[in-house]
Design a protein around this ligand. Structure first.
Ligand code: NDP
Ligand code: BG6
Length: 438
């Protein structure tokens, strides 16, 4: 019987243990993986298969298809020792600085051909130059069609739904422009600090870690023009066109107090753990509309949200009323939902107005049916479906846009668990108001 191999490189690391193995074990238990799948973890650390199974601490059932191989030398022979292998999917769960060498090593180990694909974790490069170099180096060995770039935000259900919400609902689509929209605000707050990822994070900072990838993906999906189809290729074409018109207008960087005392962080580090960036899109649809992205570690609350804020009604019959603004709020996590803030009449004899929202919560509408992002990406990559993976061109274009904000500028400081003030956005939405609605 023909078999598929998923080879995870860097399998002794954090991502494998915390995200990949739990995701694989869940989809395995739901019979969503090929029956004859073999998962091989590999890294330089010397484990036996039994030690690796203990290290990742997964279900007994899933352990039956889980193996370990130390290093890469002769990995092809090991893979083919399992029998008739028709497909090999390699997941680089490695420090980004090792991608180039690892790809060359894989090729030299004869792991190439039409049946080999490679999944690469973000970040793809650290700036435009390094991303272009990496692309060039990969293309020496593997064609674009074998490369799967992960941005796991693209596979989050509420993020996939933004495209449907925008383009399948006529009531919103016709108002999606500068004549009706006043600002777009994207927020991602995390209560955790950098945990034990100092080695990576201190060289990266939150603009590279979160904004260039996950949060700019949200921005482009919210603002791009209608793609020709919902295939990844057509969506990427529109995202790239949008990115070419996108500019950073201003940015603020922050660092939480005590960051430089974290294990592994340089005591003089000026790496940002918080950032607020203001963008503009030079297009007819978006001319002069501010788009704010704000994100931080060690913040007051946990949540990823988007607000599309509409202009006030200019209807003269309400000229004496203080109208609140309409807004569409997408809460990506922890509770996923969409809220539309509308002005309504307060019931009673007089006419007084109030805002009330229409809410849609994933938990009440689709309970128990929401695949986690890594589950979805692993199933798709094994089935050669690229629709929720990022493209190399859009990734490089996003580096070009964000480059002005990668300079070392002054920092504002904030205490762990306390949000720094919004400096660029003078009318920030209070996402706290939506966090308990689902
Ligand atoms: P880790 O630092 O935990 O590293 C993974 C493994 O890579 C290590 O266990 C190590 O194994 C191996 N490794 C380290 N240095 C080298 C080297 N020079 N050559 C070959 N192998 C090396 O990283 P994570 O697991 O956290 O992350 C892996 C990838 O996933 C990164 O690209 C990261 O950006 C991305 N990512 C991680 C997330 C997370 O939550 N952890 C979230 C999103 C993306 P050994 O020493 O045994 O060889
Ligand atoms: C990763 C970043 O890509 O995304 C982390 O490297 C961040 O720093 C994580 O914590 C956030 O992902 P999620 O799915 O928890 O929002």
């Amino acid at each position: 019987m023909s078999k598929t191999v998923l080879l995870i490189l860097g399998a002794s690391g954090d991502l494998t243990k915390r995200k990949l193995i739990p995701a694989l074990s869940t989809i395995y238990s739901k019979n969503m993986l090929p029956e004859e799948l073999i998962v091989i973890g590999s890294a330089r650390t010397e484990y036996t298969t039994d030690e690796f199974r203990t290290h990742v601490n997964t279900s007994e059932e899933f352990c039956k298809c889980l193996y370990y191989y130390t290093g890469l030398k002769n990995i092809k022979e090991y893979i083919y020792s399992f029998g008739n292998i028709t497909k090999i999917v390699v997941f680089l769960s490695l420090p980004p600085s090792t991608y180039k060498q690892t790809i060359e090593d894989l090729y030299n180990e004869n792991l190439h051909g039409d049946n080999v694909s490679i999944i690469i974790e973000k970040p793809f490069g650290v700036d435009v130059y390094s991303a272009l170099e990496l692309e060039k180096n990969i293309l020496k060995y593997y064609p674009t069609k074998s490369i799967y770039l992960i941005d796991h935000y693209l596979a989050k259900e509420p993020v996939q739904n933004i495209l449907i919400f925008r383009f399948a609902n006529r009531i919103f689509e016709t108002n999606w422009n500068r004549f009706h929209i006043e600002s777009i605000q994207i927020n991602c707050s995390e209560t955790i600090g950098i945990e034990d990822r100092a080695k990576y994070f201190d060289k990266s900072g939150i603009i590279r870690d979160m904004i260039q990838s996950h949060l700019m993906q949200l921005l482009t999906i919210l603002t791009m023009e209608t793609p020709k189809s919902n295939f990844q290729h057509d969506i990427e074409i529109e995202k790239v066109k949008l990115l070419k018109k996108l500019k950073v207008i201003n940015f603020v960087r922050g660092q939480y107090n005590g960051y430089t005392n974290e294990k592994g962080v340089d005591s003089k580090s000026t790496t940002e753990t918080y950032a607020e960036v203001e963008f503009r899109i030079e297009s007819d649809r978006w001319h002069n509309i501010p788009i704010y992205i704000k994100t931080g570690k060690a913040m007051e609350r946990q949540g990823t949200e988007i607000a599309v804020v509409f202009r006030n009604s200019d209807n003269p019959i309400f000229k004496n009323d203080k109208l609140q603004k309409n807004a569409i709020i997408f809460t990506v996590q922890p509770q996923s939902g969409i809220f539309v803030d509308l002005v309504n009449k307060v019931p009673g004899w007089g006419v007084s107005l109030t805002n009330a929202n229409m809410s849609f919560c994933y938990s009440s509408k689709f309970s128990g049916n929401i695949p986690d992002a890594y589950q979805r990406l692993l199933v798709d990559a094994i089935n050669s479906d690229k629709s929720l993976f990022a493209g190399v061109e859009e990734t490089i274009e996003a580096w070009r846009v964000i480059e002005p904000a990668l300079q070392n500028s002054d920092l504002i400081y904030y205490d762990r668990g306390k949000n720094p003030p919004d400096i660029l956005n003078k009318n920030p939405i209070d996402f706290n108001n939506y966090s308990n609605l689902c």
